[in-house]
Design a protein around this ligand. Structure first.
Ligand code: PAF
Length: 256
């Protein structure tokens, strides 16, 4: 597995890469959810690139960025073990030579749901993903449905800017108790970790949206939103300091 830290090394690698290139952008602290994306990319492409970059521009809280888990040695081992061709490990100066003067923004969906609670979050996501796409020039890029709003915005960006990239959505991967896998789960206290699966249990319970909101509040979740968007029920809530998101398919008219 090649480790690419600077742009010229990546560009040289890309020029020599033969066949299709699958790309999995990540912020590291890899878990089984990420590995599912990598496996899907490996199954359908000649080469697979994974990026690990904790993107500062998508964090609205400095403390969230400062505490984002870092398990780099373990991440690299896992990626090498499954047969990833190259890993891109840029730093902030490499990714933002413009000091973030230039940005990609969407001004409808990105302002709702998570965007309404995390100022500038999706501008940061779209900007870094556009930069990564331009650098890696993948045939296909893989994103988890866990962040359904992010996935929808990236699909929209690819269409809006005529990017010749196929976006491949991958289903949410859950722990055996239903908790959606997330790098942030590592930061839950033992008590919070016991309560956290109730987020999914409540989403899927046969109750009204109002009941679900009340139930989550009673369990100690500080709810940002629980709303239907397209055919999904989306939720974001804080448990202590940790913000969790999840979503499930939602049939129109069910439990409203
Ligand atoms: O989903 C993530 O991990 C990040 O938002 C992404 C897509 C890697 C951009 O930094």
């Amino acid at each position: 597995m090649q480790r690419l830290t600077d742009i010229s090394a990546l560009q040289a690698w890309r020029q020599d890469a033969k066949g299709t290139v699958g790309f999995v952008p990540t912020m590291g602290a890899l878990h089984r959810g990420h590995l599912t994306l990598v496996e899907a990319a490996l199954a359908n492409n000649d080469q697979v690139v994974v990026s690990i970059f904790v993107n500062p521009t998508q964090f609205d809280q400095a403390s969230d960025l400062a505490h984002y888990p870092n398990t780099l040695a373990q991440d690299l081992q896992q990626l090498a073990d499954v047969g990833v061709t190259a890993v891109l490990l840029p730093n902030q100066e490499t990714m933002y030579p413009d000091d973030y003067r230039y940005q990609v923004a969407e001004n409808e969906l990105s302002r709702l749901y998570c965007g309404a609670h995390r100022a500038g979050h999706f501008d940061g996501v779209l900007s870094v993903v556009m930069k990564l796409f331009n650098l890696v020039q993948p045939t296909r890029a893989y994103f988890g449905e866990k962040d359904f709003q992010q996935l929808t915005l990236i699909q929209g960006m690819v269409q809006a800017f005529f990017l010749p990239i196929e976006i491949v959505p991958c289903p949410v991967v859950r722990e055996s108790d239903g908790l959606a896998m997330s790098s942030r789960n590592l930061r839950l206290s033992p008590i919070e970790r016991k309560i956290a699966p109730q987020l999914y249990a409540t989403l899927t319970a046969d109750t009204s949206l109002a009941d679900k909101r009340q139930r989550l509040a009673d369990l100690g979740f500080d709810l940002d939103y629980l709303e239907v968007y397209q055919d999904r029920l989306l939720v974001a809530a804080k448990l202590g300091e940790i913000r969790l998101i999840d979503n499930v398919p939602f049939l129109a008219g069910a439990g409203a």
